[in-house]
Structure formats: C-alpha cells, structure tokens
Design a protein around this ligand. Structure first.
Ligand code: SF4
Length: 296
C-alpha cells in the first residue's frame, strides 16, 4: 500500500513522494518492531532500570533539560515547515512547564535560550546543502528529527539527522558525546527506519548537539552508514527479542546489570530503589514518585 505526501515546504526545494508504508514494520520473517529505541536501550542498559523508568521518577526539584529539548525540536520543526515557530515553541513551553512548584528557571529565560540558539541551528542545517524531506517524522514508535536528501549524489541518497539539546556541557563532554554518536543505538535505529520507510539508501547519519549556555555552541558530526546498518540490524533483532522475553516478568525477577549502577555521570537514578529499598515498590515510595509524564 502506498500513500502520497506533499512535501512542498522544502529548504528551497518542493518535492512530492510516494511512500511505501507497509514495509515500515515488517522485518524478515514478519518480525514486528514494536519498541522505541530509547526504551529498548534502557532495558538493555539494565532490565531493572527499563522497568522502573516506565513507572517511577526520583523525587526532587524540577529541571528544564527535557522541556528545553522539546522546545528546541518544536522550534526547528516549525521553522523548517514554515509554521509559526514562536507560537509553537510557546505552546510547548506552556505544556511542559510545571504548575505545582516555582522553578529556578523562568519561562522568559527558557524562551530566550531557545530564541538565541535557533538561528545558529538553522544556519548549520542550511550549510548541509541538502534538500529537506521531513522533520519530526513518526515511524512506528520512533520519531526522526530530520530527513534530508543529497540531490547531487547518484541515486539521491538520504541523510538522517538527530538533534540533542543540552543546557550546559563542558567542551570535553560535548566532544565525547559527538564521538560516541557513531555507535549510538537511537541514531542507528532511526537511520534504519528511514531506509525502510522511503525504501531508499540512507548514506549518512548525523548528530547535531546544541549547547545552550554559557554561550550557544552547535556541534555536528556525520557518519557514513553504508557499511554499518546491516550489522546493526542483525544485533537489533536479537536484542529486541531478548527484551520482549523479559517484559512480563515481575520486578523482583528482572536481571540487574550491576556494572551500570555507577556510570559516567555518577550513580544510576534508581540506585536507592535497588540498593536501599531492595526493589520493593512499597518501600521506595518516599524516595520516588509515580511517573507523571510518560517516559519516552
Ligand atoms: S541501580 Fe543498578 S541494578 Fe538498579 S536499576 Fe540502576 S543499574 Fe540497574
């Protein structure tokens, strides 16, 4: 089954494509891809973590990191698709800003950060010299930030770009983050989904990292995809089947990857849940709240 989409809101190019949708979910042998890459990675990092992250969050003051990421995505998407970027960003801010506490970061301060960064990010995207195909493209449980096309190359291959936003990050950590993007599971997953969705080769995958303070910095790294995608896909099938085999187990029976209890940013956010409350959901109640927003 095909459907046609008008993508006439291009960075300088108007395009119309016929997209095969049935192939999106089907894998060899009819395997169904059901899980978002972020959720799958949490379960692979530690099955106990995967379970807890879907249901619980640590108590503590609100931080704006996740909201800033969502605002940045909204602002980029609205700009590229010629929608009302300031209005859309403000609506995203209103949706995600807490109403039951007074955060350190005011709404005005958050908007200022996004407005300062947006022109720089759009400038970086324009410099890619690629035609816009889609942004915030939902394929199954994955949402791809940006898909572009290299019109000048043979076969007009595609490029998948993923945006990450950070309130603050040292140059050392930003550089490390960019190097690690080459083996980033989520980016590989999105690349694969896009190649299935469009039934076209994806020649490259790219990470754009936006650091908002103390000054706006935009990092960008592009990786060749031609030799890695099939290798990753074979692994993904095995890993997803493994996680599916665990998903109905009770918390007490889920494996604990103790090598990940302490990571590069310090201890796991469910450390007390496991090592103080002994994975007892009644006992952990004072230290953790039931999740208010669905984990993505
Ligand atoms: S503290 Fe360790 S065992 Fe518990 S969820 Fe985190 S990584 Fe898993």
């Amino acid at each position: 089954m095909d459907f046609e989409v008008n993508l006439g809101f291009v960075l300088g190019v108007g395009l119309r494509f016929s997209l095969p949708v049935c192939s999106v979910y089907s894998m060899p042998g009819g395997y169904l891809v059901a899980m978002s890459p972020t959720k799958l990675m949490r379960w692979l990092t530690c099955p106990t973590f995967g379970y807890l992250d879907e249901r619980w969050e640590p108590t503590g003051p609100w931080t704006p990191n996740r909201l800033l990421g969502m605002m940045m995505h909204t602002a980029i998407n609205a700009s590229l698709t010629h929608q009302d970027a300031p209005g859309s960003t403000l609506r995203e801010l209103d949706r995600g800003y807490p109403t039951d506490e007074e955060p350190v970061w005011t709404k005005e301060a958050l908007l200022t950060l996004i407005n300062k960064a947006l022109p720089k990010v759009l400038g970086v995207i324009e410099n890619f010299g690629e035609s816009f195909l889609a942004s915030e493209l939902t394929i199954g449980d994955g949402r791809v930030d940006l898909v572009t096309q290299r019109e000048q190359d043979k076969g007009q291959p595609l490029v998948v770009t993923d945006f990450k936003t950070s309130l603050q990050l040292s140059t050392y950590l930003a550089t490390k983050n960019m190097a690690e993007a080459q083996s980033d599971w989520q980016l590989l997953d999105y690349t694969w989904r896009v190649s299935e969705y469009y039934q076209k080769p994806v020649i490259a995958r790219r990470r754009v990292l936006i650091v908002l303070t103390p000054q706006v910095k935009v990092y960008c790294e592009t990786f060749d995809t031609t030799t890695t995608l099939d290798m990753w896909r074979r692994t993904m099938l095995k890993e997803e089947a493994y996680v599916e085999s665990l998903k109905d187990l009770p918390l007490a029976d889920l494996p604990m990857r103790t090598t990940n209890c302490y990571g590069r940013y310090g201890k796991c956010r469910f450390y007390e849940f496991c090592w103080i409350a002994g994975k007892d959901e009644q006992r952990a109640g004072g230290l953790y709240n039931h999740r208010r927003i669905e984990s993505i």
